[in-house]
Design a protein around this ligand. Structure first.
Ligand SMILES: C[S@@+](CC[C@H](N)C(=O)[O-])C[C@H]1O[C@@H](n2cnc3c(N)ncnc32)[C@H](O)[C@@H]1O
Length: 224
């Protein structure tokens, strides 16, 4: 398994006020083998895979949510660990590809928008996985996205966030991707997460200076 190569800027323009619109045409032109999807690993994301190697997880009797699931491989990995998995993406064509690729899977692959309220998912998942979705949207959405992702985690549940990071100021003209700054870790803490560990990976391909893999535990309701 290889780290995905650095992402390339799409050839079309992105409307900052409709920041997710370009994903549907991208996936509708893609194939089941991932052609046309620059970030497709067609396997468990390498950073998630390395994290699992040192943090064995059992999902028996537990729920998991995959944010911006893309081609679906990370959801399948969580299913193999025993979780009852929900995985969503804004692009209906991405969800179609997941269903075509994994017809036997029990993962609930759903089209849904992280920018819209999902009240039924609030506090509903024992394990939430976020890889490269926050950085896929312009900087002005960062706080909203971080708050929504944090909200999905059940009390005492685990949130794993994989993000490319640099120290550069985030600006609309500099993306996509709009790589995060190290401050994103503190932003998750401000949304009710306790930081367990952050690892900065500096080997492999990175658009920023490193890939941060951060594990959080959701504070129990009422805890400091
Ligand atoms: C850079 S890709 C990463 C995909 C996947 N997590 C991976 O690591 O391969 C970002 C994903 O977020 C999805 N996405 C973008 N905006 C979204 C939104 N508002 N709600 C849900 N998913 C979104 C895109 O369709 C895309 O699949």
């Amino acid at each position: 398994m290889q780290d995905a190569p650095p992402k390339t800027r799409p050839s079309f323009s992105i409307d900052e006020d409709r920041p997710s619109d370009w994903f549907e045409p991208l996936y509708s032109g893609a194939s089941k083998s991932g052609d046309g999807v620059p970030w497709a690993n067609m396997d468990t994301h390498p950073s998630f895979s390395r994290w699992l190697d040192v943090h064995p997880v059992s999902g028996e009797g537990k729920t998991a949510l995959v944010v911006g699931c893309g081609m679906g491989d990370d959801a399948i990995k969580l299913e193999s660990l025993g979780f009852a998995v929900t995985a969503f993406d804004v692009a209906a064509s991405a969800i179609d590809l997941c269903k075509q690729r994994f017809p036997e899977s029990t993962v609930e692959f759903l089209q849904a928008d992280l920018l819209e309220d999902q009240p039924g998912w609030r506090g509903a998942f024992d394990f939430v996985l976020e890889i490269f979705t926050v950085q896929a949207l312009p900087p002005k959405y960062e706080s909203q996205l971080i708050e929504s992702i944090s909200d999905f985690v059940a009390p005492e549940g685990t949130l794993l966030v994989v993000a490319e990071v640099s120290d550069e100021a985030r600006d609309f003209v500099n993306g996509p991707p709009w790589v995060l700054t190290p401050d994103h870790v503190e932003a998750f803490v401000s949304c009710g997460q306790q930081l367990i560990e952050t690892t900065a990976e500096t080997t492999g391909s990175h658009v920023g200076k490193a890939t941060y893999v951060s594990e959080f535990r959701k504070r129990a309701t009422g805890a400091d």
